[in-house]
Design a protein around this ligand. Structure first.
Ligand code: AMP
Length: 213
């Protein structure tokens, strides 16, 4: 099963993608995570991607498409995957569609986690990420056991540069201009499913499970 998660930054698609990944035994493929791992390791790709990410802009398609296609060609993706944060533009969606077509394959579901902008802005300001392992939390909705400390590895939590209010505004603008058109793209292909992302994490997940079966 191949699943695409759509939704604004902060809609909770990453959390849902992780839950889907665990329940259905599919690899969780997040282009944002791949970029962040590269930044942490100081790779050339990481340095290039950081310039865009820190401003809330998209990393250019050429770079993004290459890392995604390399990732889904790996053995563990043979039986499917959950894509989180890819595609984010129509050209990215077309590249994926064509790459799958060559393998006589296609995406099964594009799930749009729908959350209005006002809720997003409120959510992102409370988001915290571990400097070491990248785990994400929320001051209000998913707090750590000890304030400011990662439950998983005990390192310090920060507000990511790309979650800062001015960057969030840019990311939402970018989302509406470049990513929202994907909703029509997948609707035309008959695989779009909408879920209300404003309810609790578990309720969102239940809606998704009833779609995936
Ligand atoms: P995310 O963790 O998915 O919110 O991604 C964080 C940042 O990484 C985004 O704001 C972009 O700058 C970059 N990024 C992640 N995925 C993509 C993509 N598919 N296309 C372009 N940029 C991306």
């Amino acid at each position: 099963m191949k699943i695409i998660m759509l939704g604004a930054p902060g809609a909770g698609k990453g959390t849902q993608a992780k839950m889907i990944s665990e329940k259905y035994g599919l690899p969780h493929v997040s282009t944002g995570d791949i970029f962040r791992a590269n930044i942490k390791n100081g790779t050339e790709l990481g340095m290039e991607a950081k310039k865009y990410m820190d401003q809330g802009q998209l990393v250019p398609d050429e770079l993004t498409v290459k890392i995604l296609l390399d990732r889904v060609a790996q053995e563990d993706c043979k039986n499917g995957y959950v894509l989180d944060g890819f595609p984010r533009t129509i050209p990215q969606a077309e590249v994926l569609e064509n790459a799958l077509k060559e393998l006589n394959d296609n995406v099964d579901f594009a799930i749009n986690v729908d959350v209005p902008d006002e809720n997003i802005i409120n959510r992102m300001g409370g988001r915290r990420a571990c400097v070491n392992c990248g785990a994400t939390y929320h001051l209000q909705y998913a707090p750590t056991k000890v304030e400011g400390i990662c439950d998983k590895c005990g390192n310090e939590l920060i507000l990511r540069d790309d979650d800062k209010p001015e960057t969030v505004k840019n990311r939402l603008d970018v989302y509406h201009k470049q990513t929202q058109p994907l909703i029509d793209f997948y609707n035309e292909r008959g695989i779009l499913k909408e879920v209300d992302g404003t309810v609790s994490m578990n309720e969102v997940f239940n809606s998704i499970v009833s779609i995936l079966g």
